[in-house]
Structure formats: structure tokens, C-alpha cells
Design a protein around this ligand. Structure first.
Ligand SMILES: Cc1cc2nc3c(=O)[nH]c(=O)nc-3n(C[C@H](O)[C@H](O)[C@H](O)COP(=O)(O)OP(=O)(O)OC[C@H]3O[C@@H](n4cnc5c(N)ncnc54)[C@H](O)[C@@H]3O)c2cc1C
Length: 539
């Protein structure tokens, strides 16, 4: 039954990042009444929260921005090939202002529960302050990397200096000059933050558990000539993204690594190493992500580069991964990361050799010494993909919780709907191509697909839509079948739902979609063309 005491909307969107904002824009066009609830105090999502030094795109800026408005593409000028967080946040704000999106957004409102009412086929959404709202359609735009995770270390609260998680960075810049700083974590965020902090810090100590292969970003300012070229070629840029596996401007080359001579391979890898962005990951030989022998060739190439860039051979060896192959975990892109370890005011501590025992009032105690700091920075990442879902008490038909439904791993149809959760849509959800791509490209596809579904329902007079069990079973099988060959399914990482800092997250459960964006889009289009086969409709 609809809750009489609550506000009622056609649709509620949770989250005002890139996904939530675009969905709001499209639902307005459909004439729906919409409310967006956002935990943060403003728009931006990732770019609102992650203000740490060095935070920037790994996507080419011009391939990341929204493509839906020609006017927006004409108005906005990216300054750098890989734009930094302050500019990215300005961009999202610019979009929100241009399309007057804020008036339907309620900020500082964390959604705690979403319960489905079977009689009225509507959702009741409960906020942190206990207030409620109801809607026919519930759309989650809660992000894949939006729930920061702290490490499990005793004594974190005892530290008397200042400490921050990179995903909840203060809004004022932090000055590290003449201070002693610890960074814990060397994933994509740690690599960006360490490189930037090392430029001004008094002394920096990096605590590393898992070294990562990293490759140069090769950022640079966009020249006026490049700007004109970008603007003239937006159609081409976006159509290139549409045909690429990960919706980037990079696409694998035709040949296989194992079919080349060592010299040919070396020459090609050298070329990729000097080029911008994810080319070395996404624009490499096709077999490096599926064939261990092929993967070994690029892994060795990157190891050689690390050895050449780090002066102390013992430090270089610590920075080289020995338990996984190149690209099987999220590849950090860097701008002088390895050279940081040549500075005499930077120390690398390998916590596999000397584990952290606890955080003390003064700093960090490892198994062999206490280090004293003014700042401790936790670059320990996120509860990826599932975290934002797990924070909300979702209950579908029969009061079944989403947590129970996904206890053995996510089960969805198209990564967009869950059986038993009618009228609920998971933008950039698990098993959706958007989790493993140049995300805004996939956000636009997700949003447009859901909006078309609503248009279809409006035309037919339907007010409820539910994925069938058969469709969910088939999709889940497709997701697993198409990922089996991928080498990253053999490695512990957030792609596989592993997080050593979270209880019960030590069993591999594939969270992404690996068959590629073109395949995903094709399958979504096919479902729509067949009258939304796999869904049942009602009134
Ligand atoms: C440092 C960093 C760099 C990145 N770089 C790239 C890149 O180069 N290319 C790329 O494609 N992707 C990148 N990403 C991924 C990035 O998350 C996406 O590009 C994109 O911003 C996702 O948009 P979104 O709207 O789906 O989610 P988010 O931007 O994560 O927004 C989700 C919003 O939902 C809100 N929310 C969540 N739960 C609730 C709740 N219960 N109640 C109310 N509000 C809630 C959050 O506060 C947040 O504002 C990066 C991520 C990080 C962390």
C-alpha cells in the first residue's frame, strides 16, 4: 500500500553523480515527477568525494564527458587530456546548472531503506532522518566506487595527527610541506596521491601490500589546435567508443602477442608505453588478457621498465608484482610514480615483509619499528560495486532482501534489474557493462535504455515491469561464461569481489561484465526490439 504520509513521485533516483544526473534529465523529458536523493552536499559523485591530491581521469577527458548535448560539447572545453578532479567537479556542476537539475535533488540525504509494496506496486524509500517518500520507479545510481573502506588495523582512532581516507577528502586543500606523511595503499588512487604528495612533502612513507603494474599516463594540456580538432571530431570519438570493448578510444589490435617475433612485440610495447592513456591495456594484442604466455610478454616488459626507472634495485623488486599478470587488476596510470622512490625523502615499506601491527598515537607500528607521522592517508579503496547496495536495506516481493538474493553473487537481467524487485533499475549495477568501461559512455546507454523502456510502458499503459527468473538465470550464465577465459578471473581483486578489509569478501564472485560494451549494447537492443523479452509487464 502507498504510504499516505510520504511524498509521492513517479520516480526516485538515488545518487547525483554522472548517472543520476543524466537519468534525471531524461525522466524530466518523459514528464515524470522525479526526486533525487544524494548523500553528499552537492552534485558530482566520485568527483565530489575524491578531492585528494592527484585525483584525475584515466579516461581521455573528451571521451568521458556527456555526449547527449551538442550544445554542451560545444560550450565546454577540457583543459587537459586527462582532467583533474577540481575541473571534473566544475564540469558536473556546469552540467547541473546548464540543465537546471538541482531543483529536484535533495542533498545531505542518505537513503537507508527501499521496500517494495506489492499491492500498490510502488517503492517506499526511507532516509537517514526517518522521513519517507514513495515512487513507482526506483532507480539506483549509487556508484561502483562510492563506499570507502578503511583497513582493518588496530588503533586507527588513537592517532593524534590528522588522517583522511582519499575517498572522503576534506574540501580545503591540505598542505604537506615540512610534514611527515604516511600513505597506506598503492592501488590506482594511492599511485596518483603518492606522486602528487611527493612533490611538496617533508618526508613520505608508503606502506605497500600489493605492488601494481603501472603505465605512464602522458597527460598534457590541450592546445588550441587540439581543442578545435576534438570539437570537430566528437562524433568520431563517440562512435569509436561505441565499437570498442571498454568504450574507450582504444581498441585491441588484430594480431596476437604470441604470433609476433620478440622484436616486433618489443617495438609495439615501446610504442604503447609512450602513448597516452589506457592504450597499453585496452589497445594491446587481444590475447594478453586471455593467454598466460601472451600476458607474460607484456608483464616482463613492464617489469623491465620499473627496473629501469627505480635506481635502487632492491626497491625496484619490491615495486614489481610477482603474484599476478599485467592488466589482471585495475591498471593504475601514473605521471612519475616510480621516480618518487628515487627521492631521498621517500621510503617504501613492504607490509608483507614487516606487517603493520597497529596505528599508535604518533604513527604506525610495524613488526620492526614505529614510524612517526603528522598525517596518515588511507588510500585503501572502496567496497566496489556491491558496497553501495549493501548499505541500503532493499526488500523486494515477499520482503526478500537484496543481500540474501545476492548472497552467492549478483544475479540480474542485463545488470539492470533483479528478479523479485519489480520497477527497480540498477544503473551501473553488477553484471552491467558499465562496471568495466569508460563509465559515462555506458551510463548514457543505461539511462537511454531505461528511459526507452519507460516510454514503451507509457505507450502501452503499463505501470509495472519485472525481470523473469528465466531471463536472470540466462543472463547470469552468460556473464560467467563470457568471463571464464579472462585472466583476471584467476586473480584476487575488486573485479572478483575480493576485499581483505571486509568480512566475508574472501571468495571470488565475478562482479563485472567482460564480453565487452558492443556485445552488451547489442543484447540490450535485442531485448528491446523483441518487445522487452525477459520482462513481464502489468498495471
Ligand atoms: C578517483 C577515481 C577516478 C576515476 N576515474 C575514472 C575514469 O578516468 N574513467 C572512468 O570511466 N571512471 C572513473 N572512475 C569511476 C567513476 O566512479 C565513474 O566514472 C563515475 O563517476 C560514476 O558515476 P556514478 O554516477 O555511477 O557514481 P558516483 O559518481 O559514484 O555517484 C554515486 C552517488 O550516489 C551517492 N549515494 C550512494 N549511496 C547513496 C545512498 N544510500 N543515499 C544517497 N546517496 C547515495 C553517492 O554519494 C554519490 O554521490 C573513477 C573513480 C574514482 C574513485
Amino acid at each position: 500500500m502507498t504510504d499516505e504520509s510520504s511524498d509521492q513521485f513517479d520516480a526516485i533516483i538515488i545518487g547525483a553523480g554522472m548517472a543520476g544526473l543524466y537519468q534525471l534529465y531524461r525522466l524530466r523529458e518523459l514528464g515524470m515527477s522525479v526526486r533525487v536523493f544524494e548523500a553528499g552536499s552537492d552534485v558530482g559523485g566520485t568527483w565530489y568525494w575524491n578531492r585528494y591530491p592527484g585525483a584525475r581521469f584515466d579516461s581521455e577527458s573528451y571521451s568521458y564527458g556527456y555526449s547527449f548535448s551538442k550544445e554542451l560539447l560545444e560550450d565546454w572545453e577540457w583543459k587537459e587530456h586527462f582532467s583533474g578532479q577540481p575541473e571534473n567537479l566544475k564540469y558536473v556542476n556546469y552540467v547541473a546548472d546548464k540543465f537546471d537539475l538541482r531543483r529536484e535533488i535533495q542533498f545531505d540525504n542518505q537513503v537507508k531503506a527501499c521496500h517494495f509494496n506489492e499491492a500498490s506496486k510502488s517503492w517506499t524509500v526511507t532516509l537517514e532522518d526517518g522521513s519517507r517518500a514513495t515512487c513507482r520507479y526506483l532507480i539506483t545510481a549509487i556508484g561502483v566506487l562510492s563506499v570507502p573502506v578503511m583497513p582493518v588495523i588496530d588503533g586507527i582512532k588513537n592517532f593524534e595527527g590528522e588522517s583522511f581516507h582519499t575517498g572522503e577528502w576534506p574540501h580545503e586543500p591540505v598542505d604537506f610541506r615540512d610534514t611527515r606523511v604516511a600513505v597506506i595503499g598503492t592501488g590506482a588512487t594511492g599511485v596518483q596521491a603518492i606522486t602528487e604528495i611527493a612533490k611538496t612533502v617533508g618526508h613520505l612513507t608508503v606502506f605497500q601490500r600489493t605492488p601494481n603494474y603501472c603505465a605512464p599516463l602522458h597527460n598534457g594540456l590541450i592546445t588550441p589546435e587540439e581543442q578545435s580538432e576534438i570539437k570537430a571530431n566528437y562524433d568520431e570519438i563517440f562512435s569509436k567508443c561505441k565499437t570498442s570493448h571498454g568504450a574507450f578510444i582504444h581498441n585491441p589490435v588484430r594480431g596476437k602477442a604470441v604470433d609476433q617475433t620478440p622484436d616486433e612485440r618489443e617495438e609495439f610495447y615501446e610504442k604503447l608505453y609512450t602513448e597516452r592513456g589506457f592504450g597499453i591495456w585496452m589497445g594491446n594484442y587481444r590475447d594478453i588478457m586471455i593467454d598466460e604466455a601472451a600476458n607474460e610478454t607484456i608483464s616482463q616488459f613492464i617489469k623491465k621498465k620499473i627496473r629501469a626507472r627505480v635506481e635502487d634495485p632492491a626497491v625496484a623488486e619490491k615495486l614489481i608484482p610477482h603474484d599476478h599478470g599485467f592488466g589482471t587488476r585495475r591498471l593504475p596510470l601514473e605521471s612519475g610514480y616510480f621516480e618518487v622512490y628515487n627521492q631521498n625523502n621517500v621510503k617504501l615499506v613492504d607490509v608483507r615483509e614487516t606487517p603493520i601491527e597497529r596505528v599508535t598515537a604518533k604513527g604506525v607500528q610495524t613488526s620492526n619499528q614505529e614510524y612517526e607521522f603528522d598525517y596518515i592517508i588511507y588510500a585503501t579503496g572502496f567496497d566496489a560495486v556491491l558496497g553501495a547496495f549493501n548499505r541500503i536495506d532493499f526488500r523486494g516481493v515477499g520482503g526478500v532482501t537484496l543481500k540474501d538474493k545476492w548472497a552467492a553473487g549478483p544475479r540480474t537481467f542485463l545488470g539492470i534489474q533483479v528478479e523479485g524487485f519489480p520497477n527497480m533499475f540498477t544503473l551501473v549495477g553488477p553484471h552491467n557493462a558499465a562496471t568495466f568501461c569508460n563509465i559515462p559512455r555506458c551510463i548514457e546507454q543505461n539511462v537511454e535504455w531505461v528511459s526507452d523502456l519507460f516510454r514503451h510502458m507509457q505507450a502501452k499503459g503499463h505501470t509495472s515491469v519485472a525481470a523473469t527468473k528465466a531471463a536472470v538465470d540466462e543472463w547470469t550464465e552468460h556473464v560467467h561464461e563470457t568471463s571464464e577465459r579472462m585472466l583476471f578471473t584467476k586473480v584476487d581483486s575488486w573485479f572478483m569481489g575480493i576485499n581483505q578489509n571486509l568480512k566475508g569478501r574472501d571468495t571470488r564472485k565475478f562482479l563485472l561484465y567482460a564480453a565487452g560494451v558492443p556485445k552488451y549494447n547489442e543484447m540490450c537492443d535485442e531485448v528491446a526490439a523483441n518487445g522487452y523479452k525477459g520482462f513481464t509487464f502489468g498495471t
